[in-house]
Design a protein around this ligand. Structure first.
Ligand code: PMP
Length: 438
């Protein structure tokens, strides 16, 4: 029941309204693996919402936990007061994180989580009496949300170029993938380590004593699903250790089972100093994000000089009761249904299914890992992104499938409850869509 002006009233991400107004794609409900349109059409969710609804939609225990919490305690002021569920959820998240990443700072989104982690890194060095360590290092094509910290360390041009005031003192590692390099990497097992050595070059250029932290997504997600080349993350860790630099993994996408483990850090066997998370922590139900920090970082603030008391950072909704209750119910569900292990077990079948699309018209490359898949399509000669956009549009309209696109890449990241049969259905739909946009 939308009035014509309603489509202008809700300003979607900057330029999105233009395309949306021509062809609105509305959803009104969701259950398990499907979205439902206002007309009642069931749409297969190929993206877990936006890489967040890992437990599927409308799961009873999560819904009931949110309802109960809303009736019991709607809000708890974040700074001087606590409520038990936020503390319990922090412990549960810490238990899933590797090594001594034992302390959780809650925010409300991935972007806030990233800005929080960068601020913790800078404050940490200050607290340690090394306030000269102010430089931050991100990566080309890295996506770290849209806060000013996140776009500064991020490496996507369109996220940066219209905004003058980026953080000063930020460098970017080269991105880790293009097709030629990928081919090269197949015959060169330690290729990833060579690429990570670029960090050594940047650090040497500026003097290690000025560098505070490096932030990377273990697997670059939003810029096309780029798993790290072999040896890459390990070498970053070694170089950070050598120079006393904090290593931050942005696991907003990869956290909570997407790659078959609680965190990608575990999959790749590399322990960062901080992990940022959001999205799937409560299966996308109530906004929540956060940072998991190593014990030594927490201790520096707890035992630091008195001047630490002047330090402030936090959000009105940090550890919000509804988000925390949803988080506890979600982690229970992940455990009871063994959804991380399930993703790991399904991975070989998932990869086979994705790779079966190779050879279709305009398919340049396909990548699959965990329960993530990406298909690079060739651009139409005059319009970058057009073919992928058409695929997304057509998928929703004619094939009852929701996918995500970035540039000319189609990304699929279904809820972890997807059945083998539904994987077949998803890939079948993808094949039809790709042929249709040839
Ligand atoms: N970091 C990464 C790696 C992300 O993928 C995203 C969102 N896709 C963010 C940060 C930002 O999260 P949010 O949109 O919740 O602010």
């Amino acid at each position: 029941d939308l009035a014509p002006n309603d489509l202008d009233a809700f300003w979607m991400p900057f330029t999105a309204n233009r395309a949306f107004k021509k062809n609105p794609r509305m959803i009104a409900g969701a259950k398990d693996m499907h979205y439902v349109t206002p007309e009642g059409r069931k749409i297969l969710d190929g993206v877990a919402g936006l890489w967040c609804c890992n437990a599927g939609h409308g799961r009873k225990p999560i819904v009931e936990a949110i309802q109960k919490q809303a009736a019991e305690l709607d809000y708890s002021p974040a700074f001087q007061f606590g409520h038990p569920k936020a503390f319990q959820l922090a412990s549960r998240i810490a238990a899933l994180a590797p090594a001594d990443l034992d302390h959780v700072f809650f925010a409300n989104s991935g972007s806030e989580a990233v800005d929080t982690a960068l601020k913790i890194a800078l404050a940490y060095w200050n607290v340690k009496g090394q306030g000269q360590k102010t430089r931050l290092i991100g990566r080309e094509r890295g996506y770290h949300g849209v806060g000013f910290g996140g776009i500064s360390v991020g490496g996507i041009v369109s996220n940066r170029k219209f905004f003058g005031s980026l953080l000063a003192g930020v460098d970017h590692l080269p991105h880790t993938y293009n097709r030629a390099e990928q081919a090269f990497s197949r015959g060169e097992p330690e290729w990833g380590a060579h690429l990570a050595d670029e960090l050594e070059r940047i650090v040497t250029l500026h003097d290690a004593s000025t560098v505070a932290a490096v932030i990377v997504e273990p697997m670059a997600g939003s810029t096309g699903v780029l798993p790290p080349p072999k040896g890459y993350l390990k070498r970053l860790r070694e170089i950070c250790d050598k120079h006393g630099i904090l290593l931050i993994f942005d696991e907003v996408i990869s956290g909570f089972g997407r790659l078959g483990y609680a965190f990608a850090a575990e999959r790749y066997g590399v322990v960062p100093d901080m992990i940022t998370f959001a999205k799937a922590v409560n299966s996308g139900t109530v906004p929540m994000g956060g940072v998991i920090a190593r014990k030594g970082i927490y201790d520096a603030f707890m035992n630091g000089p008195d001047s630490v008391i002047e330090l402030f950072h936090g959000y009105t909704y940090s550890g919000h009761p509804l988000a925390a209750a949803a988080g506890l119910a979600t982690l229970d569900l992940y455990r009871e249904e063994q959804l991380f292990e399930r993703a790991r077990a399904l991975e070989p079948k998932w990869i086979d299914a994705m790779m079966s699309l190779k050879g279709l018209p305009n398919v340049l490359d396909i990548r699959a890992i965990g329960l993530v898949g990406a298909i690079d399509l060739a651009s139409k000669p005059d319009a970058v992104g057009k073919r992928a956009f058409e695929a997304m549009d057509l998928g929703f309209r004619d094939h009852d499938l929701m996918i995500r696109i970035t540039g000319e890449t189609i990304a699929v990241t279904p809820p972890l409850i997807i059945s083998e049969e539904q994987i077949g259905e998803l890939v079948d739909k993808l094949g039809k869509i790709i042929k249709a946009v040839a």
